[in-house]
Ligand binder design. Structure first.
Ligand SMILES: *[C@@H]1O[C@H](CO)[C@@H](O)[C@H](O)[C@H]1NC(C)=O
Ligand SMILES: *[C@@H]1O[C@H](CO)[C@@H](O)[C@H](O)[C@H]1NC(C)=O
Ligand SMILES: *[C@@H]1O[C@H](CO)[C@@H](O)[C@H](O)[C@H]1NC(C)=O
Ligand SMILES: *[C@@H]1O[C@H](CO)[C@@H](O)[C@H](O)[C@H]1NC(C)=O
Ligand SMILES: *[C@@H]1O[C@H](CO)[C@@H](O)[C@H](O)[C@H]1NC(C)=O
Ligand SMILES: *[C@@H]1O[C@H](CO)[C@@H](O)[C@H](O)[C@H]1NC(C)=O
Length: 695
């Protein structure tokens, strides 16, 4: 207790120094240093569990004359930020002096970083953003906001990413945690640059945070760094088999950060639990508007380290096919965040799982208060400065139904103007997505001012929708588009189909992992695909002959291996594989051609060739269709069940078809490694237009 008081006085003393150094708007920093308590969480006034009104301590800011840092405190949490660098070096909470890994260098505890390069210098550079100027944006008894800026000029060329950055931290009265965001800007004429990744990172201390929680069932004890060092590196360095972990319960598990990836739409809260004391550290992201490439883009979350990430942009599960190029001629500005670092605690008698349950509740509160009204940057618009776009989406596929039908549970979004589907590669602007209700109604709220296209896709139907006109949203806009109709690609009646059009390969056969590579978290059918090493299992099921799928007999749940991979035949030797789809035609129509609708959910350096009724007579025949080399999403190696979506409508001339038995051959012809291949979303064979064949 005596010790605690001493440190408290020390801070107050340095607070007095601050007054002399900086002009600030409030004297509240001289307020009493009150003991920490857990009853206050949601603002200055709240009720504790006995129903008593509690007034939270005021927010205070301290500056230490002798150390280049600034300290924010609200009686619940104390956050230390390097000055003027802007890295979070300390988070004091519930008697733990620092939740962050204090053994790490100060620049590597809580920081922003960017992976970038100039086109003429293709080797990537890595820039941990370090500000040069510090400013108090706001300070009163309810809130402090700090700004740490760095301005770029041509003297930095080659060493710093050409960006002006303004990193902000906000602490609010009675709120257990802090908010952070950044404003990034490029001026016209600055060098062309690729920015492949922008993120914020928090490294927690390993002796406290052993247990990670990503969802109700994705929660587990995690490996220590030394466990990874002592383990066996698998096919790439991120994946390690824990052969001799400190905690023997982890023995035989695979640790690989990519297993814990999540689609943006599902990535609202993730983090870590300390059991002694019982404290949670949570990354809460109330909105996707500043994330890139739409709602199903996958990003890393938390992983062994213990590391907590807030990924704003990356090429994960997409590759450079997404637009990470920032051209000289195009000025750019974007607000990334705010996101919220939430801290909670329970007593040692309570179940630590309560921390996860509480973090979910807090996440819902943050989502409800989006867009926040308290960030001070004029670049972050408040609710009244935003607009709304609504309407009703129908889908019209006349081979399914004569009349347009309601597009249920469809994804509808606003993103930068472009082609249909371009949102999945779009990184520079903001995106706003929602899902339709049972009748296809949608309302997209809180849209920032700007020019957009309206995009959509509908589970159960192939292809991408784009509304024909640009949409300009202004503050207070209430744009109702009425009924809009998506006509998905379709040439003729369905003769047969494989899978479900939903941009994922999840409905296909996902094998059990090798026992030696199990991760106990991913046992359910919905995320078995996150297990390590499944690509190798193809050769177990198909050691010599490749997959053969007979329409009417085979069942895609059991018989369509989820990834079209190469077969390993020796050390580092791989063989291309060919899938056959066998189907019968009662007759070949003379009314027109047939169509093969082919939707891929992932591709990595692949060339998929489609042949029909290929035999000795036609051996030298050119493929009916070839994708050319496509894909860099690496979804097979990274345990994604999808990467980017691709759709091909392939004309099948009727003279190639036989009455009776027909076979389609799908060959992925590139065979340089184990992770090359494609995943299918859906395949459909259609009869000629207006024919009744098969219906
Ligand atoms: C560029 O930035 C450096 C500081 O990083 C500064 O010393 C220099 O004066 C700046 N140059 C110009 C032209 O503004
Ligand atoms: C929509 O906006 C884009 C980009 O600003 C522009 O190129 C295009 O011509 C516009 N389209 C229409 C129909 O106005
Ligand atoms: C396909 O197999 C799955 C799993 O065994 C089964 O649930 C489903 O009913 C089968 N579908 C058909 C059409 O037989
Ligand atoms: C593969 O490598 C192992 C170990 O280096 C060796 O014993 C084996 O003969 C190799 N197999 C082939 C098919 O080259
Ligand atoms: C059918 O396909 C062939 C070969 O591509 C093409 O020449 C022909 O015009 C097509 N016929 C129709 C009716 O589309
Ligand atoms: C159909 O063709 C496939 C492959 O060419 C062959 O394996 C199969 O026996 C044939 N089936 C019939 C009924 O002719």
């Amino acid at each position: 207790m005596a010790k605690k008081r001493r440190s408290c006085e020390g801070i107050r003393a340095s607070g007095v120094v601050l007054l002399a150094l900086v002009i600030i708007q409030s004297f509240s920093l001289l307020g009493a240093c009150s003991p920490e308590t857990s009853s206050f969480r949601n603002g200055p006034r709240s009720f504790n569990n006995k129903g008593e009104l509690k007034i939270s301590p005021r927010v205070k800011l301290y500056m230490n004359r002798y150390r280049p840092e600034v300290v924010m405190s609200n009686g619940l949490v104390q956050v230390t930020v390097s000055r003027p660098g802007g890295g979070v070096t300390g988070i004091k909470y519930k008697g733990i002096d620092n939740l962050l890994d204090y053994k790490n260098k100060e620049e590597r505890r809580g920081y922003w970083d960017v992976i970038w390069n100039e086109p003429r210098d293709p080797t990537g550079s890595y820039d941990v953003l370090k500000a040069t100027k510090f400013r108090v944006v706001k300070l009163d008894e309810d809130q402090v906001e700090l700004s740490f800026t760095r301005k770029w000029n041509f003297s930095h060329r080659g060493s710093l990413v050409p960006l002006n950055v303004d990193m902000r931290y906000i602490m609010r009265r009675g709120v257990s945690g802090f908010y952070f965001y950044a404003i990034m800007e490029r001026e016209e004429g600055w060098p062309d640059v690729y920015m492949d990744q922008i993120r914020a990172v928090f490294k927690l201390r390993e002796d406290k945070f052993r247990y990670m929680a990503l969802s109700d069932h994705k929660q587990k004890l995690m490996a220590l760094n030394e466990d990874r060092v002592r383990g066996q590196t698998l096919d790439y360095r991120e994946a390690v088999l824990l052969t001799n972990p400190t905690d023997q319960r982890l023995k035989g598990e695979v640790d690989d950060k990519y297993q814990y990836s999540s689609e943006n739409k599902d990535n609202r809260v993730h983090g870590w639990i300390s059991h002694n004391p019982r404290v949670g550290f949570w990354m809460i992201t109330p909105s996707d508007e500043f994330r890139t490439c739409g709602p199903i883009k996958q990003e890393l979350t938390s992983h062994a380290g213990p590391t907590v990430l807030s990924m704003f942009s990356s090429t994960h599960y997409a590759g450079r096919e997404i637009d990470t190029f920032y051209a000289k001629g195009q000025p750019w500005k974007k607000v990334l965040g705010p996101a919220f670092v939430y801290l909670n605690s329970v007593s040692s008698r309570e179940n630590p799982r309560a921390l996860w349950e509480d973090a979910k509740q807090q996440m819902l509160r943050e989502v409800q208060s989006w867009p926040y009204d308290f960030p001070r940057s004029k670049d972050f618009p408040k609710s009244y400065q935003r607009g709304r776009v609504s309407g009703q989406l129908q889908v019209h596929d006349r081979y399914v139904n004569e009349k347009p039908m309601s597009a249920k549970s469809a994804y509808v979004g606003l993103a930068a103007p472009g082609d249909a589907g371009s949102w999945q590669a779009e990184t520079r602007g903001y995106q706003f997505w929602t899902k339709t209700d049972e009748e296809g109604h949608f309302t997209i709220e809180n849209v920032r001012e700007g020019d957009y296209n309206l995009y959509a896709w509908v589970p159960g139907f192939v292809g991408d929708y784009k509304y024909g006109f640009n949409i300009t949203v202004r503050a207070g806009s209430k744009i109702n588009l009425g009924t809009v109709v998506f006509e998905p690609p379709r040439n003729g009646p369905t003769l047969w189909e494989i899978g479900v059009p939903d941009r994922s390969a999840a409905e296909f056969f996902v094998p059990d992992p090798y026992t030696k590579y199990k991760n106990p978290v991913f046992t359910g059918p919905s995320d078995k695909f996150r297990q390590y090493g499944l690509w190798e299992r193809y050769a177990d099921f198909y050691p010599k002959d490749d997959l053969l799928y007979t329409i009417g007999v085979s069942n895609y749940t059991r018989d369509w291996f989820f990834a079209h991979v190469n077969r390993k035949v020796g050390n580092n030797t791989f063989q291309p594989t060919t899938r056959q789809i066998i189907f019968q035609l009662e007759d070949v129509s003379n009314k027109g051609n047939y169509t093969l609708q082919l939707a891929l959910s992932a591709a990595t350096f692949s060339n998929l060739r489609v042949r029909l009724n290929f035999n000795s007579r036609r051996r030298n025949m050119r493929p009916l269709f070839s994708t050319g080399t496509i894909g860099r999403d690496n979804a097979i190696a990274r345990h994604g069940i999808h990467g980017l979506y691709r759709f091909y409508s392939i004309n099948v001339p009727r003279y190639l078809l036989n009455r009776g038995n027909n076979t389609i051959y799908l060959t992925q012809s590139r065979n340089n490694g184990p992770f090359q291949g494609v995943m299918y979303d859906y395949i459909r064979f259609e009869g000629p237009p207006n024919s009744n064949e098969g219906s």
